[in-house]
Design a protein around this ligand. Structure first.
Ligand code: ATP
Length: 367
């Protein structure tokens, strides 16, 4: 069941929360609405659900205009950040609730409801918890049960609003892997809201980046990460190192720090964006770059060692991050307070009024 959002605008009084949203959510895919707080993600999700109405625009499910349909007639399932399970009902009764509440003509028999609940409990891998009450469950278990409850009525579309937001980091990671595999098996069309870029990139087929009520960019996670079209998307998807300065005689300079640009530009000022893995560490400046730093912190957790750097003798309001291998870490052993130099391998230059960045590559320039 695909979802088409056509020219949706939403106002709260004089405040415009959504501006001309056009969006296609493909059938059977997991789409993330990603953006900072207040960017309009939840409002858009609620409009898709029918919990909120747009002043202008249409929502179509599989080509059918559902804008005027009441929430209960749209056949969507919800999972919210706070589990909202019924405290006085057992797990099995919670899952069965949507089916038990159907009008008599549509309600399955008691046996069918019991079988559906058993199947869903197996699917969420918690068959042993059928007779527990919500107060006797962990946060992760509650959220799985909320998902089973949402799926019980076989919704056409599943909407999830920060589904893992209230859980700790480890449980969050486990649950999102689990949701991904569940999704791969059952292929429901899902839209989930998150402000966590890692979660969006890891979990979804398509990511919609939102800012101030507008869609900034839509794409598959890898394509979006590799080719952000705006400074905002660049900044929002993971850490980015920025050198902002003047362009003079083929160099981009900020105070005493500079980098040679491997291409000509007419712009007088520019910003160079570099991902942590696009920068190397060196003991000395080179003919291409003089970017001195002091090591601020070293984090060994993860597949790479993250080295945080503070500009040394030049202005930048940001800490830089460089990712190095554990092997390089063992060789170099950077420590807090050490001086070092950053050398770009690849960078992304925003100069003048050009719409998107130009990718620069220092490979093959003699280093
Ligand atoms: P968060 O990640 O913090 O939940 P969000 O991206 O989901 O943020 P929304 O909840 O969609 O953002 O809100 C978008 C904007 O609309 C915000 O500025 C918010 O204050 C405003 N807004 C949302 N609901 C209402 C409402 N019922 N009345 C007035 N303003 C609202």
């Amino acid at each position: 069941m695909s979802i088409q959002i056509d020219g949706v605008n939403k106002f709260f009084g004089n405040f415009q929360a959504l501006h001309d949203i056009d969006l296609h959510i493909p059938d059977g895919q997991l789409t993330a609405l990603l953006g900072p707080s207040g960017s309009g993600k939840t409002t858009l999700l609620r409009i898709i659900a029918g919990l909120e109405t747009a002043e202008r625009g249409r929502i179509l499910f599989h080509g059918e205009d559902v804008s005027a349909l009441h929430v209960r007639d749209r056949n969507v399932g919800f999972v919210f950040q706070h589990y909202a399970l019924f405290r006085h009902l057992t797990v099995a009764q919670n899952i069965a609730f949507g089916l038990e509440s159907l009008p008599r003509g549509k309600r399955p028999s008691k046996t069918e409801i019991r079988e559906t609940v058993e199947r869903l409990l197996d699917m969420i891998q918690l068959p042993q918890l059928a007779n527990r009450y919500p107060a006797q469950l962990s946060g992760g278990q509650k959220q799985r049960i909320a998902l089973a409850r949402a799926l019980a009525t076989k919704p056409r579309i599943l909407l999830l609003d920060e589904p893992f937001g209230a859980l700790d980091a480890k449980v969050r990671k486990d649950l999102r892997r689990w949701l991904r595999s569940l999704h791969d098996e059952f292929h429901f069309t899902s839209v989930f809201v998150t402000h966590d870029q890692e979660e969006a990139l890891e979990l979804s087929d398509q990511v919609v980046v939102m800012s101030e009520g507008r869609v900034e960019q839509v794409g598959e996670p890898t394509q979006l990460y590799a080719h952000p079209r705006s400074r905002f998307v660049f900044d929002f998807l993971g850490h980015v190192n920025v050198l902002e300065g003047e362009v003079l005689e083929g160099r981009l300079s900020q105070g005493s720090a500079w980098i040679a640009l491997p291409m000509a530009t007419d712009a007088r000022t520019a910003q160079l964006y570099l991902r942590p893995h696009e920068v190397r560490l060196a003991d000395e400046p080179t003919t291409e770059a003089n970017l001195p730093f002091r090591v601020e912190a070293v984090s060994l957790i993860g597949a790479e060692v993250r080295v945080e750097l503070k500009p040394d003798g030049w202005d930048s309001d940001r800490i830089w991050e460089v990712g190095i291998s554990h092997a390089e870490f063992n060789q170099r052993e950077p420590k807090r307070g050490d001086t070092c130099y950053a050398l770009p391998r690849v960078g992304h230059l925003f100069a003048g009024e050009t719409a998107g960045p130009v990718t620069l590559d220092w490979a093959g320039t003699g280093r």
